[in-house]
Design a protein around this ligand. Structure first.
Ligand SMILES: *[C@@H]1O[C@H](CO)[C@@H](O)[C@H](O)[C@H]1NC(C)=O
Ligand SMILES: *[C@@H]1O[C@H](CO)[C@@H](O)[C@H](O)[C@H]1NC(C)=O
Ligand SMILES: *[C@@H]1O[C@H](CO)[C@@H](O)[C@H](O)[C@H]1NC(C)=O
Ligand SMILES: [Fe+2]
Length: 472
């Protein structure tokens, strides 16, 4: 166990004392020093794309379906939830779909709803779940009726199994600025070809507009369609999904988000759409909600307590957790906001050997060493992150490019647990090769599409539990 320097919630005196004791017990700290990138980025203001931008264009035709998006619809990847909005009238909630090699069109029936938010009334929002698809198959699908049918396609993942390669993209805090568009463009053009996006929360930032102008939920839906109509994005709820606005008479948290974006939460016995799990290829993905109760006895706590023992690493070796607010964050933004959830859940993450935790919220990039901070018990003073090979790597990827701009200010010195940090917009890839190896890399928007600004090999915590903390 090597000591990883100062952090978080104890007094300096206590930290110092523990440092001395542990250093005496273990010899000199063996950890790598953290790296703060020296990359010099041109600082420009981050501004939203205007309403008449090309990316927000309404598709032609009367009542044409728009804002088409898909996400996983079941436990194992044989189901897909297709969602879209028709602006003028309800139209049809049916999806027609067929596998690429078949003429036989099948139908699935969905539901339509609208919601009001202050003085805004939404279009007709359709959600339709398609079930029992074949694995590893390209499907075409159609939404809309009459003159204005629109056609898209997606590919289902391979059957869940331990050695199934699969490439996840990682995007967070995207928003709808010119930088957001660059991030999405870089993700789309990345030669690694992401198959599914793990989205770590904060979608459209409509709540930054007067009265949370929900028109910006619609523009975001049209902007993101070019990716999310063709590959699932796995949703995490962030603080900008709360839309809690009692001053507008809007008291129900997550109202626009829950109306527009569905998750397959019932398939994992969750009681709310904000925390749930899915299996996809060789990954078991747990989504948590930083803005729902997680204290002892709460629904989310009880769900996670029952959930973690269910993960079968012989079937899904890669255990990935997504949340919005990071636990290990060395920027001076949202500092320690994730701390209370860390106190509740971190011992479980170590016990069950979570491979990696992805979070957003902080508008920058950061990757941690494998660390834990779970020895503290109120009286022993042992509150310090230590190297822990059973602990996850924590990655903050809140650098999608939203209008709030970058988090430019860091705590100094860089804590030793922080392996790499940089203030740039970008996205990442988690490329699972087999049960033992996954290749991870981060791409900044200023570089060419194939350039990796940070990377590491992940060695699976169960099947290859050796030190992987050396960056490549
Ligand atoms: C957004 O990016 C796409 C390329 O991916 C480009 O065609 C489009 O013009 C961009 N729109 C804006 C408003 O920057
Ligand atoms: C775990 O998964 C493996 C591989 O799919 C299977 O053989 C085994 O029975 C599963 N174990 C449990 C306890 O379900
Ligand atoms: C798993 O993938 C890694 C990286 O591609 C490779 O070196 C290793 O040989 C693979 N293991 C097996 C059992 O195929
Ligand atoms: Fe956030």
């Amino acid at each position: 166990m090597a000591v990883l320097g100062s952090s978080s919630s104890c007094s300096v005196a206590v930290v110092g004392a523990v440092l001395v004791i542990v250093l005496v017990l273990n010899g000199a700290g063996l950890c790598n020093g953290g790296k703060t990138s020296a990359f010099v980025r041109k600082v420009e203001k981050t501004v939203d794309m205007p309403l008449d931008s090309d990316v927000f264009r309404v598709p032609p035709g009367y009542n044409a379906p728009q804002q088409v998006h898909i996400t996983q619809g079941d436990r194992v990847g044989k189901g897909v939830i297709v969602s879209w909005v028709t602006p003028d009238e309800p139209g049809s909630s049916e999806v027609l779909y067929w596998s690429e090699n078949s003429e036989h069109k099948q139908k699935a029936k969905g539901k339509v709803n609208r919601y009001k938010f202050y003085n805004y009334t939404s279009g007709y929002i359709h959600h339709c779940t398609i079930n029992n698809l074949m694995y590893n198959t390209k499907y075409c699908y159609e939404v809309g009726i009459g003159q204005t049918v629109r056609q898209f396609w997606f590919t289902t993942p391979p059957e869940v199994g331990p050695d199934v390669p699969y490439t996840f993209g990682l995007i967070g805090d995207l928003g709808q600025s010119f930088d957001s568009n660059l991030t999405l463009t870089h993700y789309e053009n990345n030669p690694q070809k992401g198959q599914t996006v793990l989205f770590v929360g904060d979608l459209c930032y409509a709540d930054q507009y007067p009265n949370h102008d929900n028109v910006r939920w619609d523009t975001w839906g049209r902007f993101a369609e070019r990716s999310v109509a063709y590959q699932p994005w796995i949703w995490t709820a962030g603080n900008h999904e709360l839309d809690f606005a009692p001053e507008l008479g809007e008291n129900k948290p997550f109202k626009p988000f829950t109306n527009r974006y569905h998750t397959p939460y019932r398939a994992s016995n969750s009681t709310a759409p904000f925390w749930y799990s899915i299996k996809r290829a060789s990954a078991y993905i747990i989504v948590l909600s930083s803005y729902s109760a997680y204290g002892k006895y709460t629904p989310q706590y009880k769900w996670l307590e029952e959930e973690l023992p269910k993960v079968n690493r012989s079937e899904t070796p890669w255990l990935i957790v997504m949340m919005h607010s990071p636990w290990y964050n060395s920027y001076n933004y949202h500092y320690m906001e994730g701390e209370t959830m860390r106190v509740m859940f971190e011992p479980w993450f170590v016990k069950y050997k979570v491979d990696v935790v992805f979070a957003g919220h902080v508008h920058a990039y950061e990757r941690s060493e494998r660390v834990s901070n779970i020895a503290y018990n109120i009286v022993n003073g042992m509150c310090i992150p230590v190297h822990d090979q059973s602990a996850p790597v924590y990655i903050t990827i809140g650098d999608g490019g939203n209008l709030e701009g970058l988090a430019t200010n860091m705590t100094e010195p860089q804590p030793k647990y922080s392996a790499y940090r940089e203030v740039s917009f970008g996205h990442a890839m988690f490329d699972i090769k087999n049960r033992t190896h996954a290749y991870y890399n981060w791409h900044r928007n200023q570089d060419g599409y194939a350039v990796e600004a940070d990377s590491m090999w992940f060695f699976n915590r169960i099947w290859h539990p050796v030190d992987d903390s050396t960056s490549v």
